[in-house]
Design a protein around this ligand. Structure first.
Ligand code: HAM
Length: 422
């Protein structure tokens, strides 16, 4: 019986995994520069956390969670996103009492959503996300957005579009909610059963409905921006001003509501505009979530963050035909001929590796030509050839593959010779 990988998941094989490593290193480097520190939380949490955090009227919670009972009948869920977990950890570990505020964190890890798999949509995908908790300064909204943009640009992406909106504060949202109810209520019978439920619980979610998205009332629905009070409006203006100061282009889309319940004030998405990019163009999404820390049992601390998936980033790189500058070569390949030389090759290889060189030898009993071919396939910079004769003289023949230059080098000096040249 042959086993198959579960639907919506993927193996990342050598050859491809180097791209992931490169991207993850870039993410870590940008976080170092922007001063976000890594946090690692478990891949499963108590289900209640996501009901509370993400919101029980969202598609994620209603349709997409991998929820299971453990042996003690506790309901656990594979995390569908990172923000709720980070905030849980922030509260549980009292990170708010650290004098260094805001608390700026980042994470890279797998998330799980039971979605219909298609290009750019997986059931297990890896998010790189950041969260800045503890500041209400609009400059931090601009910082978070600029971090995402800088990250994409550092990888060479050009066809990016930043879309922003403000969902306002509590009062603005209440005013908007009432307007939405007034708008949809008279014709709610023409909407799906989910939307009927949403009208009562969370009418904003109606705007997110995939089934009813072509209904005429969707196009004429009241936009949140018309309901922002002065404070929310002024906050949004400051965020926009900072983006302009940072030279970041954006468009305002009052229809951008995001699919998770914890947002208020700034909401944003970054899309790919590359030709040939699939139908799902959102690369990154985020926003402000003042109130979430309190909902999860912590003090009243504001927060903002974003998450983006590496899968969609890779698709965008492909659409823009960007090759990542991956290191594909190794420093040296040891070719040994004869039994004694074979034995010495094992220790020589180990010496090379201990000194930090990427080194390999043959384990397939290949002939000389086959070993050179193997060295070629690995893009070895140097090939060290050692026969029993050389061994007796205490030397090896070193060939620099780029120039074809060959030199006899003493075995004692071999490692430092290659280190100096590579
Ligand atoms: P989200 O919009 O649900 O937000 O997801 C963020 C990003 O994760 C998306 O823009 C997309 O790149 C990626 N993504 C989502 N679902 C999938 C999928 N099925 N397959 C591949 N990639 C996917 C959040 O998750 C929030 N926690 C973001 C955030 C952080 N807001 C504040 N802080």
């Amino acid at each position: 019986m042959a086993f198959q990988i579960p639907r919506g998941t993927q193996d990342i094989l050598p050859g491809e995994v180097e791209k992931w490593q490169f991207i993850e290193e870039k993410a870590k480097d940008i976080c170092r520069r922007f001063q976000y520190r890594e946090i690692r939380t478990p891949v499963f949490e108590h289900t209640e956390l996501f009901l509370r955090g993400v919101g029980d009227t969202t598609d994620i919670v209603q349709k997409e969670m991998y929820t299971f009972l453990d042996r003690k009948e506790r309901s656990l869920t594979l995390r569908p996103e990172g923000t709720a977990s980070v905030v849980r950890s922030y509260v549980e570990n009292k990170l708010y009492s650290d004098p260094n505020q805001p608390t700026k964190l980042f994470y890279i890890g797998p998330m799980f959503r039971y979605e219909r798999p298609q290009q750019g949509r997986y059931r297990q995908f890896v998010q790189f996300g950041v969260e800045a908790i503890g500041s209400n300064d609009p400059a931090i909204d601009a910082e978070v957005i600029s971090l995402a943009i800088e990250f994409y640009k550092s990888l060479g992406l050009k066809s990016l579009k930043l879309v922003i909106n403000s969902l306002g504060d509590r009062d603005s949202r209440i005013a908007h909610r009432d307007a939405l109810i007034r708008h949809f209520e008279p014709q709610i019978d023409e909407f799906c059963s989910d939307c009927k439920e949403r009208l009562e619980k969370n009418p904003l979610r109606i705007l997110d409905c995939k089934k009813d998205r072509d209904h005429e009332l969707m196009k004429t629905a009241p936009a949140i921006l018309q309901y922002l009070n002065d404070e929310s409006s002024s906050y949004f203006s400051k965020v926009k001003q900072y983006l302009t100061d940072l030279g970041i282009d954006y468009v305002v889309d009052s229809g951008l509501v995001r699919g998770l319940d914890y947002y208020n004030h700034t909401a944003f998405e970054i899309m790919s505009e590359a030709k040939g990019f699939g139908s799902i163009t959102t690369l990154c999404g985020g926003g402000r979530y003042n109130g979430l820390v309190e909902d999860i049992g912590g003090p009243d601390m504001p927060g903002i963050g974003f998450a983006l998936s590496i899968e969609r980033l890779l698709a965008a790189l492909e659409a823009e035909k960007i090759q990542l500058p991956l290191e594909q070569s190794i420093d040296c390949y040891v070719v040994a001929l004869g039994e004694q030389a074979e034995n010495r090759a094992v220790t020589l290889l180990h010496e090379c590796r201990k000194s930090g060189l990427a080194a390999e030898k043959d384990y397939q009993n290949r002939k000389l030509k086959g070993q050179f071919k193997a060295a070629d396939r690995l893009h070895a910079k140097f090939v060290i050839v050692m026969g029993d004769d050389e061994l007796q003289k205490g030397v090896a023949n070193v060939k620099e593959m780029a120039t074809g230059e060959q030199l006899e080098v003493s075995l004692n000096e071999l490692v430092s010779y290659i280190q100096n040249k590579s």
